[in-house]
Ligand binder design. Structure first.
Ligand SMILES: Cc1ncc(COP(=O)(O)O)c(C=O)c1O
Length: 394
């Protein structure tokens, strides 16, 4: 048993949530996707400040659905070059390959863990990207204002994988509100949990309708009446009976359940408070990191809110990473690599993508990065363990 585990519990306000969940399940008649999911979508869209939110059964599903929807709409095509942050999660990159497009990894800065505008400019010199599916890593972000401007100028579709940065703000704008759409994860170790779950936010109504179609088999049952009428007229579907079993475009079954929708609403109520607590934890541990010449301090002065569920640790050398990895484990702190390192170095990437880019920042993060958890209910003892070790003691 770790004294400071990566995942401490399943929910924000664990006991209260489990009690409420038990009652909800006992009282519910049908638990497949329905009213609770819609209510969560509405409240999440309002929280994020976006027109629409579409709920999925995971963050990875949300990523897959987003790219599939853009292909169905003709905005992306086979062989299109899709840029992505080299330091990311497998299921950010995999759907690019699965859907027949070409992934192009962009380097991530060791100062912010993220793609910066200079790297985007560099990459565009020999890679005419159709879309950039950027990851906002571990609550941090690059200069998204400048990245958005470059994308606008060049007609590149900007998408944000915000699965790790729900609640972070850059100069007062929530991460996830810089591009056409953004994805979120509600897996247990994330900012709030529906056990498994994911979301896509966007202001684009046409994309919203296509996402609902992709989420459920390619049929139109979850679309608004007007949207149903439009698609039925386009394909000359006459009767309600036929419409129910007409499959208009490529889709999957990526539906959440009413449990996802119920839990999402419960958890969202606790989110703002937990973000502040996690931010306080990070700032405390950051003071220890700053005082330690073996570690690098990440740049965050452009972020007006820093919302992370983990504390990234960037050592100055791979040897120091080994040393701090051992010290943390010995001190009872559960650790892991920094996300998945440079994703180009993962076996699946080499198997399917013939050309990798040489990326110094992502390689540095791969060789020198670690992370431990950041929980809103850390006690003094848990924070002291982190402060002592990361401050260079023990
Ligand atoms: C950047 C990023 N994208 C996507 C995902 C996938 O989310 P999920 O685990 O809900 O499928 C994760 C999961 O940790 C992630 O970190």
């Amino acid at each position: 048993m770790y004294k400071v585990p990566l995942v401490k519990n399943t929910f924000l306000q664990e006991e209260e949530t489990k009690k409420a969940l038990s009652k909800f399940v006992l009282d519910a008649r049908i638990l497949s996707m329905g009213a609770e999911c819609c209510k969560f979508e509405e409240s999440f869209a309002a929280y994020q400040g976006r027109n629409r939110a579409v709920l999925f059964n995971s963050g990875g599903s949300a990523n897959l659905a987003l790219l599939q929807a853009l292909k169905n709409m003709g905005k992306l095509k086979d062989e299109d070059l899709i840029g992505f942050s080299a330091v990311t999660w497998s299921t950010n990159t995999m759907p690019i390959i699965q859907l027949g497009m070409v992934p192009v990894a962009l380097d991530c800065s060791r100062e912010t863990l993220n793609v910066e505008p200079e790297e985007l400019e560099r990459c565009l010199k020999d890679h005419p990207l159709k879309a950039l599916f950027i990851t906002n890593a571990l609550g941090f972000a690059g200069d998204l204002d400048a990245i958005r401007d470059i994308c606008r100028e060049r007609g590149i579709i900007l998408l944000e994988d915000n699965c790790e940065s729900l609640g972070s703000e850059l100069k007062g704008t929530k991460l996830g509100n810089f591009g056409l759409a953004s994805t979120f994860s509600f897996f247990v170790s994330h900012h709030m949990s529906t056990i498994e779950g994911g979301m896509i936010c966007t202001d684009d109504l046409e994309l919203t309708a296509m996402l609902k179609l992709v989420r459920a088999n390619g049929w139109d049952r979850n679309l608004e009446e007007e949207e149903k009428n439009t698609i039925r007229a386009k394909y000359r579907v006459q009767s309600e009976l036929d419409a129910k079993y007409t499959f208009y475009d490529l889709g999957y079954n990526l539906r959440p359940t009413e449990i996802t929708g119920f839990l999402g609403q419960q958890q969202l109520a606790h989110l703002p408070g937990s973000i502040l607590k996690r931010q306080d934890n990070y700032l405390r541990v950051e003071r220890a990191i700053k005082s330690n010449p073996d570690l690098l301090t990440l740049k965050r002065d452009h972020l007006t809110v820093l919302s992370n569920f983990a504390i990234p640790i960037l050592c100055k050398t791979p040897e120091l990473r080994g040393k701090y990895g051992e010290k943390l484990e010995r001190g009872g702190v559960e650790i892991r690599p920094l996300i998945a390192g440079n994703i180009q170095r993962q076996p699946f990437y080499g198997k399917y993508v013939p050309k990798s880019r040489e990326l110094k920042g992502a390689d540095f993060i791969h060789r020198c990065g670690l992370y431990c958890g950041n929980h809103p209910d850390y006690r003094q003892e848990e924070l002291s363990i982190l402060e002592d070790i990361l401050g260079g003691g023990k």
